[in-house]
Structure formats: C-alpha cells, structure tokens
Design a protein around this ligand. Structure first.
Ligand code: S3P
Length: 463
C-alpha cells in the first residue's frame, strides 16, 4: 500500500465499515512517505450533512441531499431520523444522493425504543431541540463516550423553554424528553457552541415567539443558513441570532460541500512534508470555519483559498497549500470557535514552527469526544514535543524549545485514539511528518468523520 504501512492487529479488518465502531482495534503505522501532491476532494461536511438530515426530517416535502458523508456520525443521525418515522432513500446503499421524506415540523413519531446517537454530540444535541416540541416521549442515548459528555448546556435552556427532560446523574445521556408546547427564550451560553445554539434554534422553530441565542464568540452558522434556506425567519443581529416559531419548512435540495475539518488533516500534512503542493477542491469555505486556514497563514504557511460557488448560503471552493517554514502564533479566544476541531492540528504544526504557539479559550476541548486538551498535551509530549496548558490556553513549544534528550523536532512514536476520530487522524498526519513515524492504536475511530482517509491519502502520496 502506497505511503504507509498497515500493521493490523488480530481481529481487525482493513477499512472498518463506516459507523461500525466494533470492538476490533485497528492499529496502523504511518511513516514519512514523500510529498503530498495533486488535486483531491474530501468527503462531505459532517456538520452540514447532519443538519440536512434533521431539517429534512421536519420539512413538508422531500429534501434531496447531494454528496452527504456516510461516516459514523451522520449514519447514527440518519438512523435516528428513520426511527422517528422518516424514510430516507439512498441510505441503505450509502448513495451519493439521498432523499429525506420529511414529515412536517411536528410530525416525528416516538418509536417506542431509545434512539441511538452513537458517538455524535451534534446528533444528540440538535435532535433534542427538535424533539422537545414534538408530541410523545423520546429517549436519546449514545455510546460510552457520548454518555460521558455534558448535556446540562442544552437541558437547562430547553427546560427554560418549558421542555420536560430527565437525565442520568443530573446532566448525562440518556436523555428522556417528553415533548410538548415550548416558549421562546433568550439564552447567553457562557461558551460558544454551535451544538447548543443549533439545539435552541431548532426548538425555537416549535416555540411561540422569538428565540434568541447570544454567543460570546461566533460559532459555525450552518444551522442558521439552512433554516433561512428552508424559509424560516432567522435574523443575525451582531452577536445574536434569532429564530421565530415556524409553520412549515421547505429545503428542496441541498448540495453538501467537502468537509474543511477533514481537509485540514491533508493541509497540515502538506505543510509539514517537504516538497508538498496540494489542491483540495469542492471544499466548504464558510467563514465561521476558516480559523485554521487563517492561523496557518499567520504562521507563515503558504495557503490560499478561493470561493467558486455558493449553495444554500454555504460557500465552497478550492484550497491550495504548499510545504512551508512555519513560525509560532497566538490564536485569541474570540477566534478559537472557528478552529475548534483543528486545535489538535495546530498543536502539531506548532511543534514544527519556530517559537511558541498559543491557542487561547480552549477549555471546552475537555468536553469533546474525549478530554481533547489533556490528550493533546499527552500525545505531543509522548511524541517528543513540548506542550502545556495554563489557565484557558494551550501552549506548544516550537523547534527552538528545549526538550528532554535535546531533540529539536518531534521524533514520533505511538498514540491511542482514545475513541476520538480527530486524535486518530492527528496520529496519521504526525506519522507522515515525524522521522520515526507514528503507530496509531484505535485508528477505526477515524470512520466517525473520514471513513476513506487512507484511500484519499494514497491518491496524493507518491506511488
Ligand atoms: C459541531 C460543533 C462543534 C464541533 C463539532 C461539530 C456541529 O462543537 O466541535 O465537531 O456540528 O455543530 P461545539 O458546538 O460543541 O463546539
């Protein structure tokens, strides 16, 4: 196999099926394999695909989704939508075009068994907003990682809207939701979160009055854009976004752009591997997701992007990146939500940059698929780098940092994905850049967002 060696442990199999987070552990070693060159596309955006499935479910007429990503998280969300009585053509065969046969804003039906959000925080939190205003009693559960994640951030404001919700241990899944009438609220979450905002906007569709969410910094705005495209009354006023109760939604057709957060793994590899020159085409370039590209540019990275079209308010286009000498940067807290899923990669880039890299406002990373902040520090340190957290910031030592053993560059080694897709993929990129390569245990976690990562990588590595 081109570029990297697969060392698959007993009981595992090549390319675990999307969503099949089975017990088998897939161990893969990634090594320096030459420059990444050429033009490539990445799978559809996970956040937008999940929103299209959920919004499509409550539309009045069928919604065509072109280019969904059938990775673990969207498959889990699609499964819940089907359990709620909504037919989805193209799901069983994982086709490039799906049709969601929406049942109307209040038409979701309780299945009589619990809904399984799998590993997906987006699926659980956004669906909770929609179900709070339906008729019937619903239980949403998830895997052991999702069961450990905080849900008070949605449960408290939903209760303020009049929702009846019970949780495990005061704030964990499974969530039991007894749907009923909702009233609009104004909510100011202490931390920017697109999942919280989207949950409340979806509940707001079913509430009387105007529901307002005011965030401390802007999070991704895919829900707002999609609801506006579906005919809802959505308004952005500075830091606030407001939605009014709706009668009906009609999305029609939506094309999903490539996932910039998946592209970011290839971008980081291309920046670090000498001689690389890579173009990612048809990728989502929503300004609320561009923080990583902007930080790379601030680090001296040769990166450029251009919008070539817009669909449902979502810009898409082309991204070009070349291997670059990097220097450290500081990402202020206000910009962190726009790169929240790329902090792992920024940490890796920081290890190869001259001078310190600091990312401020990172405490919410402790509430991701795993405690990603602790994991970044452990992984960077284990691979031979220097990382620490202080107050609400992550600090990464650059090439000039003094390291045990006198090494001036990350040497490589091994890491465990901890069941977190972004850590599994971080290990792959680190392996391409570190002289000793990186062995990733639990690489199957990558299927949550980027099931065909190894194949896409093979397209751009020398054969
Ligand atoms: C997501 C929002 C982000 C992000 C997650 C997907 C979404 O989480 O980390 O991968 O689809 O809305 P938060 O909104 O909790 O920061």
């Amino acid at each position: 196999m081109a570029g990297h060696e697969r060392a698959v442990c007993q009981g595992s199999r090549r390319g675990a099926a999307p969503g099949a987070m089975n017990a088998a552990t897939n161990t893969v070693t990634f090594r320096p394999s030459g420059p990444l060159r050429g033009r490539v596309r990445v799978p559809g955006d996970k956040s937008i695909t999940q929103r299209a499935l959920l919004v499509g479910a409550v539309c009045e007429r069928p919604v065509e989704i072109v280019g969904p990503v059938w990775a673990g998280d969207p498959l889990a969300t699609a499964g819940m939508v089907v359990d709620l009585g909504v037919a989805i053509d193209g799901l069983a065969a994982r086709e490039r075009r799906a049709v969601v046969h929406g049942v109307g804003l209040r038409g979701l039906r309780a299945p009589g068994h619990s809904l399984d959000a799998g590993n997906s925080g987006t699926g659980m939190r956004l669906l909770a907003g929609l179900l709070a205003g339906q008729r019937g009693s619903f239980v949403i559960d998830g895997d052991r990682y999702l069961r450990g994640r905080p849900m008070a951030r949605i449960v408290a404001p939903l209760r303020a809207m009049g929702a009846r919700i019970t949780t495990r241990d005061g704030e964990r899944a499974p969530l039991t939701i007894d749907g009923g009438p909702l009233r609009a609220i104004r909510h100011e979450p202490p931390v920017a979160s697109a999942q919280v905002k989207s949950c409340l906007l979806l509940a707001g569709l079913l509430a009387e009055g105007e529901t307002v969410v005011c965030e401390p910094a802007p999070s991704r705005d895919h829900t707002e854009l999609m609801l506006a495209a579906a005919g809802a009354s959505v308004a952005r006023r500075g830091a606030e976004v407001a939605v009014r109760g709706a009668e009906r939604l009609d999305l029609g057709r939506i094309a999903i752009p490539g996932d910039l957060s998946s592209a970011a793994f290839l971008v980081a590899a291309a920046l670090l591997v000498p001689g690389s020159d890579l173009v990612v085409s048809e990728v989502g370039l929503n300004p609320t997701r561009l923080g990583f590209c902007e930080a790379v540019r601030a680090m001296g990275g040769e990166i450029e992007w251009a919008v070539t079209g817009t669909d449902g308010g979502e810009p898409r286009g082309e991204l070009r990146v070349r291997a670059s000498a990097l220097h450290g940067t500081t990402v202020p807290a206000a910009a962190t939500p726009s790169l929240i899923d790329e902090v792992t990669l920024l940490a890796l880039l920081g290890c190869f940059a001259e001078g310190e890299t600091v990312v401020e406002g990172v405490s919410d990373l402790r509430a991701k698929e795993t405690d990603r902040l602790a994991a970044i520090v452990e992984i960077v340190t284990a691979l031979g780098g220097a990382a620490e957290t202080s107050a609400d910031a992550l600090r990464i030592g650059g090439t000039d940092a003094v390291r045990p053993g006198g090494a001036r560059i990350l040497r490589g080694g091994a890491l465990d994905s901890r069941g977190d897709h972004r850590l599994a993929l971080l290990g792959a990129v680190a392996g391409l850049a570190c002289p000793a390569g990186v062995t990733v245990t639990g690489f199957e976690a990558a299927t949550v967002s980027f099931p065909d990562f190894s194949d896409v990588l093979a397209e751009v590595l020398p054969s």
